[in-house]
Design a protein around this ligand. Structure first.
Ligand code: ATP
Ligand code: MG
Length: 398
């Protein structure tokens, strides 16, 4: 099991010569207390980063200073990465990044973490649990609780709002804490100060959980989306849970921007404004513009898109059309569909009588488009039909 893994044991032997110097912290402790599988193991230590790197080196374990100014060293041991971070306390914060000082006090380190369930430690040697803020109690009740005053902790780092809803979706079973929700609602304006990437990453992690819907519904109720997508009116946003539900049910990987933008009004001014604000990719922008113009993609359009640009692009596009049956069609046609490979090459065309030269590429292009329009017939049918087309083409050019 993960606690006895050779990679971890080697690190423990290298680092914890004195007692009480090294503990496992956060997700690994939390998840293993719940009997869930553990993939990432983070460690906390009283040792300073330099000392950590020195001892690892002497033990022949490779380490990388991945966040040395924040005290984090990544050890690569038995093929796995372990993040080892020196105990810290917050000294200042601007709502985006905390300024930290190193510490040797476990409780200080625990106090700067976000939720009680994320502030559990286990001694790296004995496995003894250290729980400074009743994290185990909350874990058993399915309660996500801020350490300290929710409003203040959110003002230190607004990303904690999105983390709250993510951990609520994952571990929440009891009713959500009204005070925490109110604090999230009150701080939501601060989300605009965060980088688009950090927001997108957190939202993606939330939305790819097995059951994010009740948490997203709470976000909608408390207007968490308002600061960065005010264009979503209440009625539209309320459709989100059912859209998510549908995707979760079908295990679809719709990209987050596409999913949120599904709910935008069909209005070019709004599309332009949102695209600029969220720095959307040209591809997404184009898809949104097509959606405004109102031409629904056909089933075949969607398959062509999957063939030319990949299934995920096709799913994103289909997901933009929530009010039509395109989505259902897309599902039917894309799920379990192995995107086919066009089976004709230049040599085949030449063998059919097309003279070598620029006409080969042109002919191939025409045959490929015909094959797509005919909904990707199998190679035998493709060859027969292609032969006919080439014969007609050649007789027409004579
Ligand atoms: P996951 O399984 O999703 O990775 P995790 O608990 O490991 O869960 P991480 O985002 O990897 O979550 O963060 C590791 C730990 O660092 C958390 O358990 C928490 O103690 C602390 N942490 C991370 N981000 C913050 C934050 N924004 N504010 C305070 N503490 C944080
Ligand atoms: Mg983690």
């Amino acid at each position: 099991d993960w606690f006895q893994a050779k990679g971890l044991r080697n690190i423990v032997d290298a680092l914890s010569k004195e007692n009480d110097g090294l503990r496992i912290v956060g997700g690994a402790v939390r998840d293993s207390l719940l009997g869930l599988s553990v993939s990432d193991v983070d460690l906390a230590t009283k040792l300073l980063p330099k000392e950590v790197m020195g001892r690892l080196e002497r033990a022949g374990i490779k380490s990388v200073p991945t966040g040395i100014e924040h005290g984090t060293v990544t050890a690569v041991s038995d093929g796995k990465n372990y993040e080892i971070t020196t105990l810290r306390r917050d000294v200042a914060t601007d709502g985006r990044r905390a300024v930290v000082a190193f510490s040797t006090d476990w409780k200080e380190d625990a106090a700067r973490r976000d939720f009680t369930i994320n502030a559990l430690y286990a001694d790296a040697y004995t496995g003894e649990i250290f729980d400074y803020f009743s994290g185990q109690h909350d874990l058993n009740l399915g309660v996500v609780r801020f350490i300290g005053d929710a409003e203040q902790r959110i003002a230190e780092d607004y990303l904690r709002i999105l983390r709250y809803f993510r951990f609520l979706a994952r571990f929440g079973t009891g009713s959500a804490d009204q005070e925490a929700l109110a604090a999230c609602a009150k701080g939501a304006h601060g989300l605009t100060a965060l980088s688009r990437e950090r927001i997108a990453q957190e939202l993606t992690r939330l939305i790819t959980l097995p059951n994010p819907v009740f948490s997203v519904q709470l976000m909608v109720d408390h207007q968490i989306f308002a600061p960065f997508l005010p264009e979503l009116d209440k009625a539209a946003v309320e459709r989100l849970p059912s859209i998510l539900d549908r995707e979760v049910q079908h295990k679809l990987a719709v990209s987050l921007p596409a999913r949120l933008l599904t709910l935008l009004p069909r209005d070019q001014v709004i599309v332009d404004r949102v695209s600029a604000r969220l720095k959307l990719s040209n591809r997404l922008r184009e898809q949104l513009t097509n959606r405004v113009s109102g031409d629904l993609p056909t089933e075949n359009n969607i398959r062509e898109l999957a063939y030319r640009k990949g299934t995920s692009c096709a799913i994103d596009t289909a997901a933009l059309y929530t009010n039509s049956n395109v989505f259902a069609l897309c599902l039917k046609r894309l799920l379990n569909w192995d995107v086919p490979v066009f089976g004709i090459k230049g040599g085949d065309v030449i063998a059919m009588g097309v003279p070598a030269g620029p006409m080969v590429a042109k002919t191939l292009h025409l045959l490929e488009q015909t094959w797509i329009n005919d909904d990707f017939p199998a190679t035998d049918d493709l060859l027969t039909k292609s032969h006919q087309i080439v014969v007609e083409l050649l007789s027409a050019t004579k």
